[in-house]
Design a binder for this molecule. Sequence first.
Ligand code: BES
Ligand code: MG
Ligand code: ZN
Length: 492
Amino acid sequence: MEIRVTDAPRVDWTGDALAIGLFEDAIELTGDLAQLNEKLAGTLKELIEETEFKGSAGSSAVTRVGAGSSIRKIMLVGLGKADALGLDSVRRAAAAIARLAKQQKSKTLGISLPVVNDDSAGTAQAIAEGLVLALHQDNRFKSESEDKGIKLEQVEILGLGGQDAAIAKAHALCTGVILARELVAAPANAVTPVTMAQTAEAIAQEHGLAVEILERDECEKLGMGAFLGVAQASDLPPKFIHLTYKPEGTPKRKLAIVGKGLTFDSGGLNIKVAGSGIEMMKTDMGGAAATLGAAKAIAQLKPDVEVHFISAATENMISGRAMHPGDILTASNGKTIEINNTDAEGRLTLADALVFAEKLGVDAIVDLATLTGACIIALGNDIAGLWSSDDTLASQLKAASEAAGEKLWQMPMEEKYFEGMKSPIADMKNTGPRAGGSITAALFLKQFVKETPWAHLDVAGPVWSDKEDGCNNAGATGFPVRTLVNWVLSQS
Ligand code: BES
Ligand code: MG
Ligand code: ZN
């Protein structure tokens, strides 16, 4: 699908389908819309009346235009109230339009949506993201593609002529989001620590990044006892992935992104019981997937910032070699951990990954992890939890997520709760009481970062969506690749 931008007036557009966004309670056919209505022999007015179209967010209406017209179909999408317009409104509207165009078998599409806050580049980018991401369909595991038939070939975004760079940026970003989606959606017999490392190598090769994969013995030398404790029951080798993007010259800043990379989480000997969603635990590498997705996008967008992409990838399995509940592990910063629950494994792998990231001397570290069911209980499936010891970093991430249309909510770093993690025999336990489970998980991670400004995103809910929503289709969402990329770009 080719996306173009043009300043051609919408009254003159010709092609299969013309899509127009309208605000709630502001659907009068005045100005050029009156002209268009006249040109289409009153079809626009009829469509609004017959479908009682009011412009509410998420609503849409479609009709065929009479034979002989220069447009075959006209589509209306509701944008909600004008004063609530944001980049995500146009991203969502574009996603709805893309789905309508697919359903209506349109090959050529014209889109007319309002510019958000005079930000033509941001608007063009959000529209392109909505189109590309809503049309992404994963057929890799079907014997026959379900994506047959007429395809949308060309889209023209009207009123945004000159915004070609924004479209190119959206395309680059979407390759990262789609990579993350495909990694998360793939089952644990397709995406393993070994294939994750291969994916990292492929990204490095294709986009000119440096890559280092540490094998088990190298991790041992670095003292990564927490990561290797989790990995020890798996028949697959653990892979510690480290990709580096370095701009030419001296970078403005050095950043690290660290993703939880559990390609399957059985729970270990504290095995996940029926009803716990064990069959969804292929998604437990969602953090690592978004980390690699961000790497792919950033490598193409080339900001003036050095970025390290890190994941300690493994599976949490059971076998005669499995760590026992009660075992004590020593992490690479020398801290000892009493394992009171083998299912709290993500924080163990992250512990060593965070120590590794800090040793690189970066200016900030952001980790992202499908870390706790408790975060889903707190914030639901659509919102990720954000914890940070640094207000500046927290604000940067909130701004990045806002523009991305990926929701974050800052949660408290309540030091007092760490009392629940005290161990009589080791420096700490790996789990605290049930109450506040996502907070104690964040406090645990904090033990492995000394001075560097650090933030933790618990993305257990939003990496997966049961239903289509905005530019997400049902399934893996690619959350929070767009936020990460926006954040990195904001630092250059
Ligand atoms: N991977 C899970 C968290 C999770 C749960 C992600 C549901 C997505 C959906 C994590 O490793 C885990 O098992 N966490 C435990 C922690 C508990 C043992 C303290 C949990 O949330 O139940
Ligand atoms: Mg677990
Ligand atoms: Zn897990």
